[in-house]
Design a protein around this ligand. Sequence first.
Ligand code: NAP
Length: 490
Amino acid sequence: MSAPPHSLNERMLINGVFCDSASGGRIDVVNPATGDVVGTVPRAIGEDVQFAVDAAASARVSWAHTPPRERGHALYKISEDIEAALEEIARLLASETGNAIRTQSRPEVRSAIDLFRYYAGLGGEIKGQTLPINRDMLSWTWKEPLGIVAAVIPWNAPIALAVAKIAPALLTGNVVVLKPAEDAPLAVLRLAEICNRFLPKGVLNVITGYGSEAGAALASHRNIDKITFTGSTEVGKLILRDSSSRIVPVSLELGGKSPSIVFPDADTDWAADGVVTATRVTRQSQACVAGSRVFVHESIFKSFTKKLASRLSAFKVGDPLDEETDIGSVINVKQFRRINGFIRETQAIPGVQVLAGGLPENHDDITSGFFMQPTLFTDIPLDARVAREEVFGPVICAIPWKTEEEVVRMANDTEYGLAGFLWAGNPLNALRLSREIEAGWLQINQAFAQFPGQPFGGFKQSGIGREFSLEGMIESYTRTKSVTMSMQVT
Ligand code: NAP
């Protein structure tokens, strides 16, 4: 294994100062590929959340009054310093998440730079409307910031997801208290250090700690004006329920179980490569959009699944910091056991075929290095747990279909609705079907990651609200005030 960065004793950012928690407690951050402690971070408790919210409250008015162009300029300066630190941040990310540096961590930091730059130029778009009521009356709207935004993010793409919240919230004049996941707070703290160079104190605060402790205290704080959460549907529901007593607006980016539909006339080499990308196996399929339900037309099912299996088996799995590695380590032992539970249970179903992967060696007694070759199952009953629940790991189900009506029904037979992928020789066929699939983001003959500017978010239990876009920024981080004025002077 290549050497990880030296172990870091980090502090969290409150009111422009890097500090320890009030209790003095700390949390180890472990490299899942090696079991080495790569750093420690403060374990924030309710008192720290209070300090962070107070700091944000003190900064709120002056930041809201800062001209949007100046706020955008600060975002651009931040993007420049992230670019200068790209390699260091990417190594940190790879070390704490287990995500391979070449295929995941470096591209993730690049996407964060792009996102800051996208929002940096949008200051002039925070605009209202004038309304034609009558000639004697002027009526218009203003878009105002909401105030203090509580942002909570998971560990699978911490830098990209932090920026997806910080950049639009700050540009629109809000102040932020962000809590990263306990498993992956280090790169986010490095990001906070860069942001702090260009932002007034209190505008961005980053607290580290456990979800049930710091996360819950933040999301339920009575002075929070907006909650933006990315994570599991289960915790999203808790937050939504709790926020209802205070009528606080909530944006939720939650789980998924996305379909990937292969038509009989698809270019099967192109589609097999695309399906692999859509499953996000190079991030151990720890991706909300992962197209893990692959519906293949029955006429090409056998040949296509064989092609898919050979591609999945060819990936190099191992040390995330090695440039040769395609797929790194699953995040932690809990997730590793959970994923293996799905595999074990599915393998035991009579008739199920395992075309690639399967249970990794030493799956029972492993304590680090949660490496998994992606698994491909066929002949699975549609009501099997693996075909219905989000695995959040490299486990794919291939399912045959006969008619378009049938595949639409199967694709939509899920509580989720985040993304979907369609692979067809005649794109008009895919286009026709795309109207029927219930998902917030569909791609035809491609499987890219989100582009800045493209509204991203889920239908059904995959979430509420949109990110990565001007539309999402205005919806999620501003409120509309109407003003009417008489033009008759009496
Ligand atoms: P999670 O358990 O819901 O945790 C997400 C974040 O919430 C973490 O920071 C966690 O802190 C915190 N948290 C946990 N309990 C909390 C509570 N009671 N109150 C407030 N905060 C709390 O999700 P995860 O396992 O980290 O992430 C995987 C999930 O995220 C998957 O379902 C995936 O689909 C979803 N996801 C969605 C998107 C999207 O854009 N739709 C993107 C990425 C991931 P700790 O880590 O300290 O527990």
